[in-house]
Design a protein around this ligand. Structure first.
Ligand SMILES: Nc1ncnc2c1ncn2[C@@H]1O[C@H](COP(=O)(O)OP(=O)(O)OP(=O)(O)O)[C@@H](O)[C@H]1O
Length: 255
């Protein structure tokens, strides 16, 4: 299933937040969204996820979700959102229970996503026993358990330290390389965008408009930490964003 945004625009209390966003999110690709603070990245994600409707334009779902999909648009949040009293297995089983899937059918799905996220031996652990990186892996496993058409990832690694972020990026690349998934990935971090994005959408400051879409052809598995080509792309993105980011920063301080 692809997502197609057509001339999406929105204002909150007469403050224009997004303007004329036309964008395709093709199945099997990771589309990163970057832009200065307050430019409307999370708002755009909420429109894609159907949590809110834009005042102008449309968000279309084109084609069918994958077979066995329980929830076509599934979020992965920065703060993991795990239930502290449930084990790793219990947190994942919750989303299946919501769809009436229990017993051996649930166990099969849970075992599969635990293996894919390298969590099998931590199935019985409680969230408080896990590091931040492991908690986010559980949140990703939980999202995969519903076999979503599109994962909506809002700054999923930004609560983690830089080494854990690197490890999680490697995990996401390995996960995608084994079974490609579709994701819209909002981030402030341009290093994450160039490691994980097939396309990087650069938004201007509020009202967020598309300044440019940068496409990266290098396969994810061939993008290494410190790669000169990626650093070049990252510099280019920062050049696009620098003036906008400075202006957005000054604007926030004047509020
Ligand atoms: N429900 C709402 N009501 C009123 N204003 C809102 C609402 N949600 C977002 N905004 C405003 O819309 C603008 C865009 O917010 P949004 O969170 O989408 O930006 P962002 O690019 O994700 O920001 P950041 O990078 O800081 O996370 C901000 O000025 C924000 O204050």
């Amino acid at each position: 299933m692809d997502i197609r945004l057509s001339a999406v625009g929105h204002a909150y209390d007469n403050v224009a937040v997004l303007s004329d966003i036309t964008l395709d999110i093709p199945s099997g690709k990771i589309v990163c969204i970057v832009g200065p603070s307050g430019c409307g990245k999370s708002t755009l994600l909420r429109f894609i996820g159907g949590l809110e409707r834009p005042a102008a334009g449309e968000v279309l779902q084109v084609g069918q979700p994958p077979e066995g999909c329980l929830n076509p648009l599934t979020y992965v949040f920065q703060d993991f959102a795990l239930l502290p009293w449930r084990t790793v297995r219990g947190n994942i089983s919750l989303v299946l229970e919501d769809h009436g899937i229990r017993g051996t059918a649930a166990a099969r799905i849970i075992d599969d996503v635990l293996a894919r996220t390298k969590l099998s031996e931590f199935a019985g652990a409680l969230p408080k026993q896990l590091s931040g990186g492991m908690k986010q892996r559980v949140a990703i496993a939980r999202a995969l358990a519903v076999n979503p058409a599109v994962m909506l990832m809002d700054e999923p690694l930004s609560a983690l330290d830089s080494q854990t972020r690197e490890l999680l990026m490697d995990d996401l690349v390995a996960l995608w390389t084994r079974t490609p998934f579709t994701a819209v990935y909002v981030t402030h971090n341009l290093a994450e965008a160039v490691r994980l994005g097939h396309a990087i959408v650069v938004l201007s400051r509020r009202p967020g408009q598309i300044r440019e879409i940068v496409h990266l052809d290098t396969p994810l598995a061939e993008r290494a930490f410190g790669d000169a080509d990626l650093e070049q792309k990252q510099k280019y993105l920062w050049q696009l964003m620098r003036d906008e980011a400075r202006a957005a920063d000054a604007e926030l301080m004047n509020v």
